[in-house]
Design a protein around this ligand. Structure first.
Ligand SMILES: Cc1cc2nc3c(=O)[nH]c(=O)nc-3n(C[C@H](O)[C@H](O)[C@H](O)COP(=O)(O)OP(=O)(O)OC[C@H]3O[C@@H](n4cnc5c(N)ncnc54)[C@H](O)[C@@H]3O)c2cc1C
Length: 465
């Protein structure tokens, strides 16, 4: 039997005046001027109304909010950067524990480690670490919170050179469902340390992470835009596979948006909008990037030596797209597969549709499959197909397109990356955690969160005998 709810059957009400006394100006409730801003998440189309939002100041606050959620029986949402694809970081009628003001960062350049509070975004962390010539690999977007991306794995521009974000995680401070503050590493609570590296927010609230940092004084990288045909797509993937591990990147196959750096004749045509990063010496970087420039005459070539934080350009704060997406892994993208990608992108009516291709391997693949709860170490290429649109009434059309596209691409690897999963049901969560990973996660869940307090996530259920 699966227990998906908290054992507290009937939620009790909470007193906002009492909370305001306890948490002072850190409480935001319906009717407050900043309530709508505080409940907004990255993706549009989510209109949930928490009973209260508490902007926690420190780990003790986190523990108190967890106790409040447990005792009141109200649903608990936990928010770091707010980029959850299914909107798991906001609740209807529950308590929103908002970590976004917990941004302390202690960098020790000598030991090349950092303790970082989980309200930091990837861009904030990256900028501060770069001041010491150091870096941790997060993802492709600066506003993503280090809380969510790290707990799910973390696939970014250093993945082939230094592995996933979790491969840089040395320790964490986690507040579990009983309100206890626990130091977690290979020696202390090793089961929990294994589970939080890929298992998401199922086991507690991570308030601080200790990362190993790498020397990344500069990189050669940026955007390279190529015309997209079956040939260029297949070549792009082949060159990404053949490239040295210093080079990681993303190829977005999409229709050219009206962007000033693209020539007029490219507008509305299929392109590969690639972002490539070579983490190493400038000359070697230019050599590694040359084969990509030779795939076809680039429509735009903005590859250049740069500081690593430049991978995170400024973002529009009011950008809240509505999206439908499917995450998967494939073994190969040869000409027929590339043709399938082109055909499906052409068939969609979405305002923007994209097949995002990330060639993996390298350092990420050298970590044993069972070392962390991220079990896709041997997966070759991560693909994310997505349709972005404005009118929520178009949802069914775009969902059907995404499903057809993903079905046409399906090969032997039936895995899924948890951080890109939407609200897709248990079968897909199990695809993120195949085989013995699932069994181990069930055990750790039962041990640390037996009442499933942390259930607003890609949920590992609590099995009752
Ligand atoms: C535009 C965009 C680009 C992306 N690019 C990449 C990419 O390149 N690589 C990649 O790997 N992923 C990428 N992602 C996916 C991203 O890693 C996940 O959406 C991630 O969960 C977001 O983290 P967050 O802290 O911003 O989100 P939130 O919505 O705040 O949290 C996401 C989930 O994690 C839980 N959570 C967050 N912080 C904590 C914490 N401290 N303790 C316990 N639970 C917590 C939340 O409860 C929620 O369930 C991208 C997402 C978006 C929207």
């Amino acid at each position: 039997m699966v227990n998906k709810t908290n054992v507290q059957a009937a939620p009790t009400t909470i007193s906002i005046p009492t909370l305001r006394k306890d948490f002072k100006d850190r409480v935001i409730a319906p009717g407050d001027t900043d309530y709508d801003k505080a409940r907004a998440v990255f993706y549009g189309g989510m209109d949930r109304h928490p009973a209260v939002i508490i902007k926690v100041a420190d780990t003790n606050d986190v523990s108190r909010v967890i106790n409040l959620a447990r005792e009141s029986g109200l649903e608990l949402a936990v928010r770091s950067g707010g980029h959850s694809v299914p909107g798991h970081s906001v609740t209807e009628g529950g308590i929103l524990l908002d970590l976004s003001t917990m941004k302390d960062l202690q960098i020790d350049p000598e030991s090349r480690t950092a303790w970082a509070e989980t309200g930091l975004t990837a861009a904030e962390f990256t900028k501060a670490a770069a001041a010491h010539g150091l870096a941790v690999g997060f993802g492709d977007t600066g506003s993503v919170g280090i809380g969510g991306i790290t707990l799910g794995g973390g696939v970014g521009y250093l993945v082939r050179k230094y592995g996933l974000t979790i491969d840089s995680l040395l320790a964490a401070e986690v507040v579990t469902a009983d309100g206890q503050i626990r130091h977690v590493d290979e020696q202390t609570h090793p089961d929990l340390f294994w589970a939080i590296r890929g298992g998401g927010g199922n086991f507690g609230v991570a308030t601080r992470f200790k990362f190993r940092l790498y020397e990344v004084p500069s990189v050669v990288g940026g955007m390279l835009v190529l015309p997209a045909t079956p040939e260029t797509i297949a070549n792009f993937v082949a060159e990404s596979e053949a490239a040295p591990e210093e080079l990681s990147g993303i190829g977005n196959v999409m229709f050219a948006p009206p962007m000033p750096f693209l020539p007029a004749e490219a507008q509305g045509k299929l392109i590969i909008m690639a972002v490539l990063v070579y983490a190493g010496d400038v000359e070697a970087g230019q050599r590694a990037l040359a084969p990509f420039r030779a795939i076809a005459t680039p429509l735009a070539d903005m590859l250049h030596p740069m500081g690593y934080p430049e991978i995170y350009p400024p973002e529009q704060e009011d950008y809240h797209p509505v999206a439908t997406a499917h995450t998967m892994f494939v073994d190969k993208i040869d000409l027929p597969v590339a043709q399938t990608i082109v055909d499906h992108l052409q068939a969609s009516t979405a305002m923007m549709r994209v097949a995002q291709l990330r060639v993996l391997a390298g350092a990420m693949a050298r970590v044993p499959v069972d070392a962390t709860a991220f079990a896709h170490r041997n997966s070759k290429i991560m693909v994310n197909v997505a349709a972005l649109y404005q009118n929520p009434e178009e949802k069914a059309t775009h969902e059907a397109w995404v499903t057809n596209f993903a079905t046409a691409l399906l090969q032997n690897d039936h895995g899924a990356y948890v951080n890109f999963l939407g609200d897709e049901g248990e079968e897909r969560i199990r695809a993120a955690y195949p085989g013995s990973t699932w069994d181990r996660l069930l055990e750790v869940k039962a041990r640390y969160d037996p009442a499933n307090l942390f259930r607003l996530n890609q949920n590992i259920p609590v099995l009752t005998k």
